[in-house]
Write a protein that binds this ligand. Structure first.
Ligand SMILES: NC(=O)C1=CN([C@@H]2O[C@H](COP(=O)(O)OP(=O)(O)OC[C@H]3O[C@@H](n4cnc5c(N)ncnc54)[C@H](OP(=O)(O)O)[C@@H]3O)[C@@H](O)[C@H]2O)C=CC1
Ligand SMILES: O=C(CO)[C@H](O)[C@H](O)COP(=O)(O)O
Length: 472
């Protein structure tokens, strides 16, 4: 019996809802999970929503797929994904396709695709974002893999993806690991976005003594302007929520941010590529700092201000600082995509990435339309900061941004996201950087050489001898 159009194995939060989404769009969907209880639960709760073919074993699952077979894996990244790929591949035939929709490391995806290609199987590493609600009603989908595989699979994915202005939030990102790479950077930006929001909340709460409910109203107001986005919208929801104890939920949640790894992977890859993703790095490290209660206990008594800053314009200043820092975070993320695209030969269309992030995903925002327009106007844009609209926005925000960073420092509220974004902005726009001195020091202690502004070539100064310069 080969009747299912597509199959989903791994029926936890994402897989279950993705399978339902396919079924809602008229596809016959084979469903399977390692522990059969999840398959049974899906059938008990949702079998009336469309055509599902439940399978109790991997062999039965694969057999129920029509050829060429298309099976989506939605399980934990790492060894779990390898185990499921191996089990699936054992039952598949040349020409069949395995789609990994989890948050895999792009290097794993490259390895897996190469290995499966040798067995005649297509492997499509696909980023999927949107959480539970997105998976069900329309996620943002970032498929990598061969263009040939996308020709077959693309129409199905595009039909279940979020749609913005009639355009599906799904496009072929590029070959091999490109899809998972872009999803990784998406998550890195997600970390950065959330860190900036958290800093805005923390600063306004400390400086102005506003309650979570009052701050929720501020975020709601911000969501009507340039900052309009899913994360700002849900920030208002979370801040407004009073739990059963009668306290704002945000006050009873343990203040230690956890992480599954995609933010860390983004930073590690950025280090390898030499791209300064300072906003994402600060966000990852801020989570790490929060997760060391023993150090925080030991440091709690250290001297420093814990003051307020009654200031009528601070709310607007923070809004502008948040927007400016957000531009920096996205600019850095897109720089990383550019660098990887060049390094791995992926030929990623950055405007298309901004387009598919406009809906369905966690970082969806009004702002992404501006990024799409920036790359449309200038496909070779060296940095988003150079786009005239963003340059103007940064210029308008910068005085407020500087006041926010200095106010935060004066009253003792950590704002690594705002501060590092401002430092990046100032670093890029600086006529001369002190990197010249660093080069001089490197040459002094290690004869590492330097280049000159007035002559071609590399040079070394004989620091321990007569201090003359010679070509290196
Ligand atoms: N949750 C989210 O918001 C998002 C998640 N993702 C990614 O999507 C994927 C699925 O996420 P989510 O739905 O949250 O589920 P989880 O990441 O919690 O994974 C649970 C699923 O993995 C299966 N599994 C774990 N180990 C194995 C194994 N060794 N062999 C077979 N199956 C195994 C489980 O099966 P069993 O029931 O038998 O234990 C279960 O179906 C992950 O890669 C995640 O990073 C992507 C976007 C958003
Ligand atoms: O992929 C996602 C959204 O796009 C997940 O929500 C993300 O993995 C959450 O990451 P973390 O647990 O590290 O905060």
């Amino acid at each position: 019996m080969e009747t299912a159009d597509i199959g989903v194995t791994g029926l936890a939060t994402m897989g279950r809802n993705l399978a339902r989404n396919f079924a809602h769009h008229g596809y016959v969907v084979a469903v399977h999970n390692r522990s059969e209880s999840k398959t049974k639960q899906l059938m008990a709760d949702h079998s009336d929503e469309g055509a599902f073919l439940p399978a109790s074993s991997m062999a039965e699952f694969v057999t129920s797929l029509r050829r060429p077979r298309r099976a989506i894996i939605m399980v934990q990244a790492g060894p779990a994904t390898d185990a499921v790929i191996e089990e699936l591949a054992a039952h598949m035939e040349p020409g069949d396709m395995i789609i990994d929709g989890g948050n895999a490391q792009f290097t794993d995806t490259r390895r897996r695709e190469a290995a499966l290609k040798e067995r005649g199987l297509h492997f499509v590493g696909t980023g999927i974002s949107g959480g539970e609600e997105g998976a069900l009603n329309g996620p943002s989908i970032m498929p990598g893999g061969a263009a040939e595989a996308y020709r077959d699979l693309g129409p199905m994915l595009e039909s279940i993806a979020a749609q913005v202005d009639g355009v599906p939030c799904c496009v072929h990102v590029g070959p091999d690991g490109a899809g998972h790479f872009v999803k990784m950077v998406h998550n890195g930006i997600e970390y950065s976005d959330m860190q900036l929001i958290a800093e805005a909340y923390d600063l306004l709460r400390q400086a102005l003594g506003r309650s979570p409910a009052e701050l929720a109203e501020i975020f709601r107001e911000w969501n009507r302007g340039d900052l309009e986005s899913y994360l700002i919208e849900i920030t208002a929801e979370v801040l407004d929520h009073v739990d059963a104890s009668g306290q704002p939920l945000v006050d009873v949640i343990v203040d230690q941010a956890e992480q599954k790894g995609t933010g860390r992977w983004t930073v590690t890859s950025a280090l390898d590529l030499g791209v300064p993703v300072t906003g994402i790095a600060e966000a990852v490290f801020a989570r790490a700092l929060s997760g060391h209660p023993e150090q925080r206990d030991a440091a709690r008594h250290l001297q420093g201000p814990n003051g307020t800053a009654p200031n009528y314009s601070l709310v607007e200043d923070v809004r502008l600082a948040l927007y400016a820092s957000k531009i920096i975070a996205y600019a850095q993320g897109f720089d990383q995509i550019t660098a990887a695209s060049e390094e791995y030969g992926w030929n990623i269309d950055r405007g298309a990435m901004a387009t598919i992030w406009r809906g369905g995903c966690i970082i969806r925002a009004r702002f992404l339309d501006r990024i799409r327009a920036a790359y449309e106007a200038n496909p070779g844009l060296p940095t988003l900061l150079a786009d005239p609209a963003f340059a103007e926005a940064l210029s308008e925000a910068q005085q407020a941004w500087r006041r926010v960073v200095s106010t935060a420092a004066q009253i003792g509220v950590p704002t690594p996201g705002f501060s590092s974004a401002l430092a990046y902005y100032d670093g890029l726009r600086r006529e001369r950087l002190p990197a010249a001195l660093i080069q001089g020091l490197r040459d002094y202690f290690g004869a590492h050489t330097y280049r000159r502004i007035d002559r071609d070539g590399t040079f070394h100064t004989d620091w321990s001898g007569d201090r003359t310069e010679r070509p290196a």
